[in-house]
Design a protein. Structure first.
Ligand SMILES: Cc1cc2nc3c(=O)[nH]c(=O)nc-3n(C[C@H](O)[C@H](O)[C@H](O)COP(=O)(O)OP(=O)(O)OC[C@H]3O[C@@H](n4cnc5c(N)ncnc54)[C@H](O)[C@@H]3O)c2cc1C
Length: 412
């Protein structure tokens, strides 16, 4: 039986967008993701001629990279039906979460830069370069995690020893920046631009953090080697090193006091985790679909295994949780989009709850899918072992679920 989508009142335009993105996710992202996943050396993922660039080109040809950019700079932000925006993320996550995270991070500095473009000419140029790029030559990243600071970013901490290790000191018209962002930065080794969290007032710990939007070809900035890991292998990750890097003053777009006044901690948590909830809802559905289809074909004991009651019941439990996650992620996404449209703060608590639920459910459903595939579930001949590895990384990505939960509990 076909998977029945029960959301009512989807416009013809929204359904057409969903169909187009689903096709890209199935025909391009899924096979490219599998090919990249099987590359032994993560440096090959981002090498010239890698199929990664076909995926980037496809994503940008569909103009999906414009979703975070306002119309005055050539983007589509705020013009799409919020449900269409949600479905785009879910379908991309269905195709490949590692590639989806790469695409999402690639736009982050530019979405932010558009907010400052009316006042800072360099920001406007940054946004325009990104909008026009169709090949993946202008790629962003979000550089927050450090070798010494991971889970604790979401928890803050006002003592000096809690503060960022990447620090900046203003000298004349430039900040002199030193320190290292961790090998976990998504797109770290291929990015041309970054959203950079940098300690400007060490006495205030995490409360002394400012936000810079920078090109990564400034003097004193270098990159580490691509990270080798078990899940989301199509997603390039790597460290960014600052050695007396000179960052023009105007790139430091938010001073620590403004970050605190604007409650940027919750806004950033809500944005990043809200996005994760949507794509992992898609991944959970991908795991379910693979298991359902396989169970109809695999014959054991003289019948397709879906005829065995244990398999049938497991599939129903998987379906139940996938639907719960999709419903919850949609509800959160639509609420936070409405808040955004009104210029009101998003709900960080709902976004973190949805991220934790989606990543934990995706991991559970993918593990069940491996079980339903039996021995075949453990081989690279079938997609579920990769889906399981990709899902597992989600419970650590963009904040460990436990520390995120502790942080979000404060928003209740
Ligand atoms: C696929 C993927 C993509 C990522 N992308 C990015 C990215 O784009 N940019 C970026 O900057 N980072 C990124 N990260 C990094 C990610 O945010 C961190 O890995 C995460 O925040 C955890 O930090 P850590 O690995 O240093 O673990 P640690 O902070 O060392 O945590 C280890 C364990 O200790 C617990 N713990 C840590 N601190 C505390 C505390 N204060 N109180 C209680 N318990 C604590 C945690 O719950 C965890 O179980 C990514 C990670 C992954 C896996």
């Amino acid at each position: 039986m076909a998977y029945r989508d029960i959301d009512m009142n989807l416009s013809a335009e929204t359904l057409a967008i969903q169909k187009e993105v689903r096709k890209f996710a199935k025909d391009v992202m899924r096979p490219v993701g599998i090919e990249l996943d099987q590359m032994a050396d993560p440096a090959d993922v981002i090498a010239q001629g890698s199929p990664l660039w076909d995926a980037y080109k496809g994503f940008r040809d569909l103009e999906l990279h414009l979703n975070s950019i306002p119309p005055e700079y050539g983007g589509t932000a705020g013009t799409l039906d919020p449900m269409a925006s949600y479905l785009i993320s879910e379908e991309l996550g269905y195709g490949d979460v590692g590639l989806t995270v790469s695409f999402g991070a690639s736009g982050m500095p530019f979405g932010f830069a558009a907010l400052f473009a009316p006042f800072i000419p360099e920001m406007e140029q940054m946004v325009r370069d990104y909008v026009e790029d169709k090949k993946g030559e202008v790629v962003g990243c979000w550089a927050i995690t450090e070798p010494e600071h991971g889970g604790d970013w979401s928890l803050g901490g006002e003592a000096p020893e809690c503060g960022p290790s990447v620090t900046g000191v203003l000298k004349g018209d430039e900040y002199i920046v030193n320190g290292e962002k961790a090998a976990w930065v998504s797109n770290g080794t291929l990015a041309t631009h970054a959203v950079l969290h940098v300690g400007l007032d060490p006495d205030k710990g995490m409360g002394g953090t400012g936000l810079a939007l920078i090109p990564l070809d400034l003097p004193g900035i270098s990159k580490g080697a691509p990270l080798n890991k078990i899940g989301q292998r199509p997603l390039n990750q790597g460290s960014i090193i600052f050695e007396d890097a000179r960052i023009p003053k105007q790139y430091m777009v938010l001073e620590p006091s403004t970050m605190v006044d604007m409650n940027m901690g919750e806004t950033i948590l809500a944005g990043a985790n809200g996005g994760m909830a949507q794509i992992f809802a898609g991944l959970a559905k991908a795991a379910y679909d693979e298991a359902f289809n396989y169970a109809q074909q695999r014959v054991q004991g003289g019948v397709p295994i879906i005829e065995h009651k244990n398999i049938k019941l497991d599939l129903f439990k998987m379906f139940t949780r996938v639907e719960a996650v999709r419903a919850n992620s949609r509800r959160m996404a639509l609420y936070n989009a409405a808040q955004n449209a009104l210029g009101q703060p998003p709900s960080g608590a709902h976004a973190v709850a949805a991220k934790c639920l989606a990543t934990e459910t995706a991991t559970w459903v993918a593990s069940k899918a491996v079980q339903i595939f039996g021995g075949n579930g453990l081989t690279k001949e079938y997609p579920v072992e990769k889906i399981f590895r990709d899902a597992r990384a989600g419970m650590i990505e963009d904040g460990v679920n436990e520390t995120l939960g502790l942080a979000a509990a404060e928003f209740l």
